[in-house]
Design a protein around this ligand. Structure first.
Ligand code: HEM
Ligand code: HEM
Length: 332
């Protein structure tokens, strides 16, 4: 395969891998299964091109010139990222120190994309109109076919060997502590830290403080919901959550969106119309929440990834901004 075509194919696959990877965290519906599958096929397509890229890299490395350091850093990050992803997929190793293989995969992939930008600028490849020829489309199909074959082979090996990875959820997460909250891992988004709040003095402030609830008043609502918490760190747990539904807490308050805030300053916004599907939980599995899981009260958001499930909630407000008026991922 010509060098130029290999590099262009890698460029396309890297962009697709990044987009599908990010999308797999954003999409909560049944569609996530297909996004994760596409991500695997595209990622393994990159692996399929490795022998060709190795020849290119070897020749390029023989010619010492500026841009060499970023090319080598890029290669190291991509290889680490893909190896970490494969380890995650098998499920044989679930943590490396305080990191999960999936966390390492995502962190190195994001770094790789940044360094890869420099590599593509320093080693430019100019696309030509003939790149869109029928023959090249067939070649692209063959690369994706190899990725798909790799994906099927991997799934087959996991099933045949009974590896833990065979039981991954559609999002790629592993079951951990369903029905047993004490076994559920405690994870925070980026720099958020566990809060030890005194339930006796804690109050939930609703509608800019117009309503205020101590824990016992929330418990008295006694609404229950069975929902699966699926963390982007790569684990999930199905639990019975108990507390107060947001449509009841916000009764009579109109507006476009609901802003749920944590004492840490972390917040997420939801459509006002979603209120009846959201629960502010004080209990999980019949026992009060632990500090690590968000005591005295945390949000339960069925069908969405963990970073929507705000912990240590202190305020719930309704206002005129649309729900999507927020960064797609929390920044702190
Ligand atoms: C999996 C992704 C990739 C990795 C790991 C990778 C790595 C490397 C390495 C280690 C080299 C040799 C170092 C050097 O030239 O100084 C190289 C060369 C090169 N890369 Fe990449 N690269 C990747 C993707 C791309 C992409 C997406 C493009 C452009 C669209 C590209 C274009 C080039 C070019 C033009 C060379 C020079 C080849 C030569 O001079 O003979 N690479 N790459
Ligand atoms: C340069 C970009 C990336 C590449 C080359 C890449 C490649 C891969 C590969 C090869 C796998 C294993 C495939 C499988 O058998 O399922 C994988 C899995 C995974 N990746 Fe990425 N990835 C990239 C970026 C991302 C990003 C940015 C995210 C999330 C924000 C992400 C999330 C995931 C997840 C959740 C899995 C596990 C899926 C499963 O368990 O089936 N990836 N990735």
């Amino acid at each position: 395969m010509a060098e130029r075509r290999t590099n262009l194919a890698l460029l396309g696959l890297l962009v697709l891998a990044f987009v599908t990877g990010v999308a797999s965290w954003l999409v909560g519906s049944a569609l996530v299964r297909w996004i994760v599958l596409a991500h695997g096929v595209v990622g393994l397509g990159i692996v399929a091109l490795a022998p060709w890229k190795r020849t290119i890299a070897r020749r390029g490395l023989a010619r010492r010139r500026p841009g060499r350091a970023s090319a080598i850093t890029f290669a190291a990050l991509i290889v680490t990222s893909i190896v970490a992803a494969m380890i995650h997929v098998t499920g044989i190793v679930r943590s490396v120190g305080t990191f999960s293989p999936l966390g390492i995969h995502v962190a190195t992939a994001i770094a790789a994309i940044a360094v890869g930008g420099a590599h593509v600028v320093q080693r430019p490849v100019r696309p030509r109109t003939t790149d869109l020829s029928r023959r090249n489309l067939l070649r692209s199909g063959a690369v994706l076919g190899a990725g798909a074959a790799g994906w099927l082979a991997l799934a087959g090996v996991l099933r045949a060997t009974g590896a833990p990875g065979a039981d991954r959820r559609a999002t790629g997460s592993f079951e951990t502590g369903s029905g047993d909250p004490a076994r559920m891992p405690v994870t925070q988004w980026l720099n958020d830290s566990i809060q030890e709040l005194d339930p006796a003095s804690w109050r939930l402030h609703v509608l800019n403080g117009a309503r205020s609830y101590p824990v016992d008043d929330l418990v008295a609502f006694d609404d229950t919901l069975r929902a699966t918490l699926d963390c982007t760190g790569g684990w999930y747990a199905e639990q019975e959550w108990r507390g107060a539904r947001l449509d009841r807490l916000l009764e009579g308050a109109g507006g476009e969106s609901i802003l749920v805030r944590s004492v840490t300053g972390y917040s997420r916004r939801f459509a006002r119309s979603e209120a009846s599907a959201l629960l502010l939980a004080t209990h999980v599995g019949g026992v009060p929440l632990s500090a690590g899981h968000g005591a005295p009260a945390r949000l339960v958001v069925p069908g969405r990834r963990g970073f929507w499930w705000v912990k240590w909630v202190t305020a719930i407000d309704v206002n005129g901004e649309p729900w999507w008026w927020q960064p797609p991922f929390p920044l702190t």
